[in-house]
Write a protein that binds this ligand. Structure first.
Ligand SMILES: Cc1ncc(COP(=O)(O)O)c(C=O)c1O
Length: 466
């Protein structure tokens, strides 16, 4: 599996970069001291579905970077689009009644892909910023509706909506709330629709209705006239690829409709094709009022995020709102929008979303599903091009490993060392490969994962943990 060494740095160069990294670079979501001791793995190049580290190892990127490099690495068209736009107009803002062509074209392009009742776009630079914008928009909407008391937004435990003050507050990651005084006021949470973890004693469909019912319970607890919106990812990504039962989203929609509250679909991961439709809400048949997007809109080649705004919110903001006192210097950045347009052209012309839905998703479901036979694996599940499996000490009784063993991290280490990126979320191992992966490469990826599960099992046995 080793790549030609021409991509590699010398060992001395690698060590020098690692030393500078440890001395100056504070990485996101990282224990700084631990990283400095171990030294980063330095990634120097990407091509197709592979990344290459500075020591010349080729690694199959089972996570598409951070769920975003959907068209794969090394796409010259995207670099060319950025280059051309930089020479033509590298920046101009969209404040003060000005516009640039790529931002306008991209808004129209996204509107054409979005559900028919969602025709307006507000740009941000990331998923976190998109969700900050959403909090401002939701509260502004209810002010303009003459219901300023509707302030409360309901999110979910183990949901992830970003790392800014508002994004991290909407999310339900307790580790994040514990740092920095979160959540900010007016944001509360309900339990997630995690069938394996919370409802395995009942059929999944029944559990889906029960889990959606927690929203209604919370609405009544807060007071229906105080609730502004509910936010959720169609499939929870960072929480560990939690795929809700098929009954869940329809029931959530019914409850939102019943109480007139806005539905926010955070599609930072699911948007732009990952579940086999352009947006996850289209897969589940919900009618959101607001969609957060980022990541896949540019396949990660350049930062861009935003909000797709549904008609009832857009009409209110436009007709009654006057100036919306909100925006970013880089809202509608022409270079980012030009890259996004090119990325969407690639997705469309290469029929990547159709191919994902018709060929890759069923193949991944079949092959990844076979991992359920492995003695360490208590559950596998997939949807579109996301997949997760649960590592368990005793798969029959679903007895988990002691958390302190960090079994997921052991497995992740074996994966990295053996040429495949898999992410660990507690005892769940997850993947979200690029859309350009082939069926043969899916087979290779699953074989690598199986090998790494074997190595994990062997290590756990050798230490007496199984
Ligand atoms: C569902 C979801 N929302 C928001 C975000 C935050 O996006 P960003 O990291 O671009 O701020 C993420 C990032 O993983 C995400 O998965």
């Amino acid at each position: 599996m080793n790549a030609p060494l021409r991509y590699a740095l010398s060992e001395a160069q690698t060590l020098a970069i690692q030393a500078k990294d440890a001395a100056h670079y504070l990485h996101p979501f990282t224990d700084f001291q631990a990283l400095a001791q171990i030294g980063s793995r330095v990634i120097v190049r990407g091509e197709g579905i592979y990344i290459y580290d500075s020591r010349g190892n080729r690694i199959l990127d089972g996570m598409s970077g951070l769920w975003n490099v959907n068209v794969g690495y090394g796409r010259r068209e995207l670099a060319d689009a950025a280059h051309k736009q930089m020479l033509e107009l590298p920046f101009y803002n969209s404040f003060f009644q000005t516009a640039n062509v790529p931002a306008v074209e991209l808004a129209a392009t996204i509107a054409a892909l979005a559900p028919a009742h969602m025709q307006h776009i507000f740009y941000a630079n990331s998923g976190s910023e998109a969700n900050d914008t959403i909090v401002r928009m939701v509260r502004r909407y209810w002010d303009l509706q003459g219901q300023p008391q509707r302030q409360v937004i309901i999110g979910r435990h183990n949901g992830y909506h970003g790392s800014t003050m508002a994004g991290a507050s909407l999310g339900g990651m307790w580790g994040m709330h514990a740092q920095g005084g979160l959540p900010i006021p007016g944001i509360v949470h309900i339990e997630q629709p995690y069938h394996y973890g919370l409802g395995a004693d009942m059929p999944a469909e029944e559990f889906g209705i029960v889990a959606a019912g927690w929203l209604e319970t919370k609405i009544l607890e807060v007071g229906a006239d105080k609730v502004a919106a509910f936010i959720g990812e169609p499939v929870q990504g960072a929480g560990g690829v939690i795929i809700p039962p098929t009954t869940y989203w329809g029931e959530i929609q019914r409850i939102c409709d019943k109480y007139g509250i806005l539905l926010i679909s955070d599609e930072v991961i699911c948007g732009f094709g990952r579940l086999g439709s352009w947006f996850g809400c289209q897969h589940y048949g919900t009618r959101p009022d607001l969609i957060a997007f980022a990541k896949g809109v540019t396949s990660g080649y350049i930062p861009l995020g935003g909000v797709i705004v549904g008609d009832r919110v857009a009409a209110t903001l436009i007709e009654k709102g006057g100036e919306f006192n909100h925006g970013y210097t880089y809202s509608g950045h022409p270079v980012a929008c030009a890259v996004a347009l090119e990325n969407i052209r690639i997705l469309r012309e290469e029929k990547l979303v159709d191919n994902l839905a018709q060929t890759l998703a069923p193949h991944l479901a079949r092959r990844f599903g076979e991992l359920a036979e492995h003695p360490l694996v208590a559950l596998t599940e997939t949807l579109g091009l996301v997949a997760g499996l649960v590592l368990a000490k005793d798969k029959r009784s679903r007895t988990p490993f002691d958390e302190s063993l960090e079994v997921g991290m052991i497995c992740r280490r074996h994966c990295f060392e053996n040429g495949v990126v898999m992410r660990a979320v507690g005892d769940r191992m997850i993947i979200a490969p690029p859309f350009i992966i082939t069926v043969e490469q899916i087979d290779q990826m699953v074989a690598l994962i199986r090998h790494c599960l074997d190595l994990t099992l062997a290590e756990l046995k050798s230490k007496g943990h199984v």
